[in-house]
Structures are given as structure tokens and as C-alpha cells.
Design a protein around this ligand. Structure first.
Ligand code: ZN
Length: 67
């Protein structure tokens, strides 16, 4: 009568160990997304690009991805 409970428990443990964060407000997974923003430098009259990672979930996706 092998039920494989140990194996299932192992899988559950493995999946929970992955880096998945859930937003406490909206309950959606939080996804770290690379966002590139451009800034104009007045001094050099050239564009400068900034890369940063933003945590995106339902709460702020409209801000991060303006339609
Ligand atoms: Zn959220």
C-alpha cells in the first residue's frame, strides 16, 4: 500500500523553496521585472539609460507598464 506520500512531500517542499513571492495585498505572484528608463542629461544633451529591477504585481503593473 505505497501511497508515495514521501515523494509528494518532497515535491511540495521543493516547489516552496523556489523564489516565489506573493503580494499580501492582491495575492498575485510578484515578478521581478527589468525596467529601462531614459533620462535626458541637460549638461551633455544626451540620453542616459537606467536599468533597474522592479517588483511587479497587480498593485503596480499599470504604473510599470503604462498602456
Ligand atoms: Zn500586489
Amino acid at each position: 500500500m505505497a501511497k508515495g506520500g514521501t515523494f509528494a512531500a518532497k515535491i511540495a517542499k521543493g516547489s516552496s523553496a523556489r523564489l516565489v513571492r506573493v503580494c499580501p495585498k492582491c495575492g498575485q505572484n510578484i515578478v521581478a521585472t527589468k525596467v529601462v528608463t531614459s533620462e535626458k542629461s541637460d549638461v551633455k544633451n544626451s540620453w542616459k539609460f537606467n536599468q533597474r529591477f522592479v517588483d511587479v504585481c497587480k498593485c503596480n503593473e499599470a504604473e510599470v507598464y503604462p498602456s
